[in-house]
Each structure stands twice: as structure tokens, then as C-alpha cells.
Design a protein around this ligand. Structure first.
Ligand SMILES: Cc1ncc(COP(=O)(O)O)c(C=O)c1O
Length: 360
């Protein structure tokens, strides 16, 4: 019943989501540990009371206009998605024919692999070095139909400066450069300024992380108006529901709330990095709401399993590039304290053994 390529491909594996009523410390899918702005709750209640009988606005006007005001980008350069995952799917669908090329550094967000497989596109995976510096020259030389940079990157949390992205956009001349800024509110800079200079740049944002709205499924795509027009052709007619649209507009109207939560998370991130460092983990500098904690050469599978037994979810990727690492979302200070109580006894015996061997 299926195309050959669909039969052969592996499905995307989302991180574990607790069942209703299950109490777990959830540090595995980079959600925000703090609630969304109270304005969201009010907007959702009032949208639910108003009409649900009629279809929502096909171009998500209310939400897009709120984004336009906030980011000073004209509405015609913004497209709203049911999460940025939907926007990613639209880009892949609109840009890649069977056999076309898509290039990105790895490890990165693994949904790109899934979407490429659906399109039967050829993936050019450029391995990131130990310091996670993006191989910009190789990406430019690959001249793929679509180039993606996740910035800050997941799972490393590392960041490529905007000036370097601008240089890459110029070198790719006419081929799309997609910058996935899902975590950018936790970083010190963003790439929206590139839109006015490069007609091949497409930027994706999500309200799932900094705005605490993963459950609402809200994403934004910024690009030149003609690029937005092309993407619109592959969009579902009514891709965002009325309640999500109201929630999105309300959330974007309260950046003070979002910024306060981001500041708390960044503070906890710094403390978490220090404490993981003292436990013997190596960490690239994170500009996101998670950290990648690595013990080179040591499989983290038993540690992730031990944490799971203690009711703590972190992300372990059973791939050759990441088997010695855990990606840990930044939770509240209380959640991080629970994590360390469980993590220390799991890590320490071997850490002590390794020190003894090393000192011989
Ligand atoms: C890099 C990256 N891009 C996009 C997404 C998808 O976000 P959304 O919830 O908006 O679909 C995620 C989610 O974890 C992500 O890590």
C-alpha cells in the first residue's frame, strides 16, 4: 500500500511523553518548566467561548499580525505553522524533488532526516567536529538545493554567529538557507536581520520553548514575500485552530513574561553546567534551554536508564555520534536538584575508578 521509500524509512522517534497522571521529572524534550503568560489562559477561554463552528483564518491573521508588530517584519513575510515542525515539512515538500540534495551538519534535529526520506531527497550530512563549529565552507561548497542550520543547534546547544550565516547565504546564491531558530530566545543574537539582505534565507521560530506553548503547536516562518507565497501553496488550508491562534497572539503580546522565564532558565543553565562539569562531564557552551553532557568514550545508556528508573526523563540518542552524551533540558531549580540527586551516584563510582586508573 505504500511507496517503496516509505516502506524502507524509519519513523521519527519523539522523546517519551508521560501518560496522563504519570509523575516524572521531564527533561527530555526541551519544554519550558514555567507556565505561559496568564494572558494566554484568558485568550484561550475567550476563544473557546466564541465560535468554534466556523473555520479559523486560513492565514492566521491575528497571530501573524502580532508577530509582525513584535519583530517589525511585514505580515506578508510571515507564515504561521502548526508548530515549526509543520513549517519544516512545508519547506521540504515545496523545495525538494526526489533526488535533490539537502545539506546540514550532524548531529542535529533528527526530524530533518525523516522529512528528507519522505521526499526521497539525498542528504549531505557534514559531521560536526568536537567543538561543534559548523563547517560553513563545506556547506557552501555542497551547493545543496536546501541547506539547514539549526541555530542554536540541537542537541549541542552551540551557536553560529549571524555574520557567518550571512556569508553562507551569499555563497549559496539562490539556493535556500533555512535557519531553524527554535531555541534562539535563549541565545544572545538572532538572524532576522538577514531577511532584508538575502532573498534565499528562511527563518523558523517556535512558541514551544521560550513561550511555554509546546502543547498549542505554534510556529512562525519568516522569509521574503515571494518565498512565503511558494510555501503557502503546500500549506493545509486551515492549519491552525482558533484556540491556538488566540493563544499565539496573546503570548506574543507578553514578551516581558517570556523574557523573565528565559532569564530564570539561563541562570539555572549556568548552575547546571558548572555542576555537570564538576561531575566530570564535558559540555559545549549552550545557547539553548538544554545542555549536552558528554563523557567521551563512555556509553550513557545505563545512566539514562538509571535516571528513568528514578522517574527522570533525559534524552539519550543511541547513535554512534551521541552514545556518550545525554541531552538534558533545563527545568526548575527543584527539578535540577532532583536530577543531581539521582545522577551523582550513577556517575560517581565509574568517575572515581577512572581517576584511579588515570593516576597510576
Ligand atoms: C531544532 C528544532 N526545531 C523544531 C522543533 C519543533 O518545534 P515545534 O514544537 O514548534 O514543532 C524542535 C522541537 O523540539 C527542535 O528541537
Amino acid at each position: 500500500m505504500f511507496r517503496e521509500s516509505i516502506k524502507k524509512m524509519a519513523a521519527y522517534k519523539p522523546g517519551e511523553q508521560p501518560r496522563a497522571g504519570q509523575r516524572l521529572v521531564k527533561l527530555n524534550t526541551n519544554e519550558n518548566p514555567y507556565p505561559p503568560s496568564p494572558r494566554v489562559r484568558r485568550a484561550v477561554a475567550s476563544a473557546a467561548r466564541a465560535t468554534l463552528r466556523l473555520y479559523p483564518a486560513p492565514r492566521a491573521d491575528e497571530f501573524v499580525e502580532a508577530a509582525s508588530r513584535l519583530y517589525s517584519v511585514p505580515s506578508k513575510m510571515i507564515l504561521a505553522g502548526n508548530g515549526s515542525d509543520e513549517l519544516l515539512a512545508m519547506v521540504f515538500r515545496a523545495v525538494l524533488n526526489r533526488g535533490d540534495t539537502v545539506a546540514y551538519p550532524v548531529p542535529t534535529y533528527s526530524l530533518y532526516d525523516t522529512l528528507a526520506a519522505v521526499q526521497e531527497a539525498k542528504v549531505i550530512r557534514l559531521p560536526l567536529p568536537r567543538d561543534f563549529r559548523v563547517p560553513l565552507d563545506e556547506l557552501a561548497k555542497a551547493r545543496a538545493n536546501l541547506t539547514i542550520i539549526c541555530n542554536p543547534n540541537s542537541p549541542s546547544g552551540t551557536m553560529t554567529p549571524t555574520v557567518e550565516l550571512g556569508r553562507l547565504a551569499r555563497r549559496l546564491r539562490g539556493r535556500m538557507l533555512l535557519i531553524d531558530e527554535a531555541y534562539v530566545d535563549f541565545a544572545d543574537e538572532h538572524a532576522l536581520s538577514l531577511l532584508s539582505r538575502h532573498r534565499n534565507v528562511v527563518i523558523l521560530r517556535t512558541l514551544s520553548k521560550s513561550y511555554s506553548l509546546a502543547g498549542m503547536r505554534l510556529g512562525l516562518c519568516f522569509a521574503r514575500a515571494d518565498v512565503i507565497g511558494g510555501l503557502m501553496k503546500v500549506k493545509d488550508s486551515y492549519n491552525l485552530n482558533r484556540i491556538a491562534l488566540a493563544a499565539g497572539a496573546a503570548a506574543l503580546s507578553d514578551t516581558v513574561w517570556m523574557r523573565r522565564n528565559v532569564a530564570r532558565i539561563r541562570k539555572t543553565r549556568t548552575a547546571t553546567e558548572r555542576r555537570l562539569g564538576r561531575l566530570g562531564f564535558e559540555l559545549p557552551e549552550s545557547s539553548a534551554n538544554f545542555v549536552l553532557a558528554r563523557m567521551p568514550g563512555r556509553s550513557m545508556a545505563p545512566i539514562a536508564a538509571g535516571l528513568r528508573r528514578a522517574g527522570i526523563l533525559v534524552r539519550y540518542f543511541a547513535t554512534p555520534l551521541l552514545r556518550d552524551a545525554l541531552r538534558i533540558s533545563i527545568g526548575t531549580d527543584g527539578e535540577m536538584a532532583t536530577l543531581f540527586r539521582a545522577l551523582e551516584p550513577l556517575v560517581k563510582p565509574a568517575a572515581a575508578r577512572m581517576r584511579t586508573v588515570g593516576s597510576r
